[in-house]
Write a protein that binds this ligand. Structure first.
Ligand SMILES: Cc1cc2nc3c(=O)[nH]c(=O)nc-3n(C[C@H](O)[C@H](O)[C@H](O)COP(=O)(O)OP(=O)(O)OC[C@H]3O[C@@H](n4cnc5c(N)ncnc54)[C@H](O)[C@@H]3O)c2cc1C
Length: 468
């Protein structure tokens, strides 16, 4: 059977591209070897946010025990928390399936392999079918990085198993403090596990603004999490159903530290799924493990495109969504705007949440900007005081010369809901004066951005302006 467009992989890149393609009148098929929705829906964004929601609820309950006279002897049923997360996944999956069907997208289950002559061979239940297409989009995503020899899926695990453990481990070591490591650290810490984080860099969340990294380390340490930074893993081994991690701190390589744990979770990033999909035979260029594309997501081979985690852009679902839409609109010949990769919001949904867009203070200095920085503490925001969550701050970085909003870095309760305002303001090249004159509701968390701008302009009412 021939299609205008076939997409390999139904994650947020693939399924969004397929809907947009069908909307534009192209005969479209999507090939999926596992479950609709990809990693994002099944093992990434969605189940993690569901379990984090349960953890935050537990935190809220514990915090308010005295207020409501709640009996302190309640139990935590981790299996039920995971069942709830699977139900959430299934609800969204049904909706995606419905949308694909309603838009006329053909869903083909099976493992796809690219073939010469713009063909895809699909293996399903030992049967092979061949499909052809005028345009083929590769959206096969990524899988977690882990030492294959150590991984057993039981005591040495990745995020997938961490989303379905049948017990609350007494101790959990997490290697890597990226967003995923931090989110699981928060979840299992709330559930009662003793968490130990081991990070190679000198900072937790090394890619965030340094103020955020320093704040979050100190915050999580106060909640009982043990954090080792600048750490180099020497060896990992198992003994008597326990996992042992031996490592040393960079400036003291002679002093080995060995820690014992029930579970070791690897959170050291992902690698693109480019193996066994036929890239080599077709001659599609790969660099550093990623498929090489141009700004329209075209590979070097005519008619083949790639989007999402298989290309070297930031690995996030909303990025994959937009790449899918842009790729399709370019195929259709619509003149769509390129994605501005400098204006992508990044959120971490542990507590306190972290949200950022643009460059960090260090990056801005490196680029030679003269900076004006404003940092507004949420402890001075009336809404945060009402909500009884006053930890964190909003940090704004502006270029002093042209008043360009270079970056925004937030940490605090629900800040993931605030960052889009900054994305839009930056997109529209809004000046600080214009934001100052945009009335925000009182009392609201969104006022924190306005308050930070007031402070930036030296006109703060609710905080003390710096004397210039
Ligand atoms: C624990 C975790 C939490 C995350 N949280 C967030 C978050 O909160 N926000 C956010 O924006 N991002 C988050 N991410 C990242 C996000 O999930 C990814 O960036 C996103 O899933 C990438 O989408 P994709 O379409 O490129 O690929 P994927 O979602 O990986 O989908 C690829 C699909 O292709 C299929 N496939 C692969 N090979 C073949 C083949 N040969 N034939 C047929 N099908 C194939 C796979 O089965 C899969 O379904 C998280 C990731 C993880 C692991």
């Amino acid at each position: 059977m021939h299609f205008d467009v076939i997409i390999l992989g139904s994650g947020p890149g693939g399924y969004v591209a397929s809907i947009r393609s069908a909307q534009l009148g192209m005969k479209t098929a999507i090939v999926e070897k596992n479950e609709l929705g990809g990693i994002s829906l099944n093992w990434g964004c969605i189940p993690t946010k569901s379990i984090l929601n349960s953890a935050k609820l537990l935190q809220d309950i514990k915090k308010n025990i005295k207020l409501f006279g709640i009996n302190n002897n309640f139990d935590i049923y981790i299996d039920k928390i995971f069942i709830k997360s699977r139900n959430t996944v299934n609800t969204i999956k049904k909706r995606i399936y419905y949308l694909l069907k309603k838009n006329g997208v053909n869903v083909i289950y099976g493992e796809g392999k690219l073939k010469k002559g713009k063909k895809i061979e699909v293996l399903y239940k030992n049967k092979i079918k061949i499909f052809s297409a005028s345009n083929i989009i590769i959206a096969t995503g990524a899988t977690p990085k882990i030492d294959k020899e150590l991984y057993d899926g039981k005591s040495i695990i990745t995020y997938k198993e961490a989303l379905s453990l049948s017990f609350i481990p007494k101790t959990m070591i997490i290697i890597g403090t990226d967003s995923i490591g931090l989110e699981f650290s928060y979840f299992y810490n709330c559930m009662g596990s003793k968490i130990i984080l081991i990070e190679a860099s000198s900072l937790v969340l090394p890619n965030e603004d340094e103020d955020i990294s320093i704040y979050i380390k100190s915050y999580i340490e106060k909640t009982g999490v043990l954090v080792y930074t600048s750490s180099v893993i020497d060896k990992v081994f198992k003994k008597n159903k326990k996992v042992f991690v031996q490592f040393y701190i960079k400036n003291n390589p002679d002093k080995k530290i060995t820690l014992e744990s029930d579970i070791l979770l690897y959170s050291i990033g992902v690698s693109p799924n480019i193996k066994n999909i036929g890239l080599k035979k077709i001659g599609i260029n790969v660099n550093n493990g990623y498929i090489v594309v141009d700004k329209n997501y075209k590979t070097n081979i005519n008619g083949f495109y790639a989007i999402g985690d298989v290309i070297n852009t930031i690995s996030l679902s909303h990025v994959a969504f937009h790449e899918g839409i842009n790729c399709i609109e370019n195929i259709k010949g619509l003149n769509c705007q390129n994605i501005d990769y400098n204006n992508i919001p990044k959120c971490i949904y542990s507590f306190p949440e972290i949200a950022s867009v643009g460059i960090t203070e260090k990056e801005a200095i490196k680029k030679g900007f003269k900076l004006k920085i404003s940092k507004f503490p949420l402890s001075f925001l009336d809404r945060s005081i009402c909500d009884d969550y006053t930890d964190g701050f909003i940090k704004l970085i502006f270029d002093e010369k042209y008043d360009e909003w270079l970056g925004c870095h937030m940490i605090g309760n629900k800040v993931s809901d605030l960052i889009s305002e900054v994305v839009i303001a930056r997109k529209l090249e809004t000046t600080s004066e214009e934001i100052l004159n945009s009335v925000h509701p009182y009392p609201s968390l969104s006022e924190s951005i306005l308050e930070a701008i007031f402070l930036y302009c030296g006109k703060s009412i609710h905080y003390i302006n710096k004397k210039s």
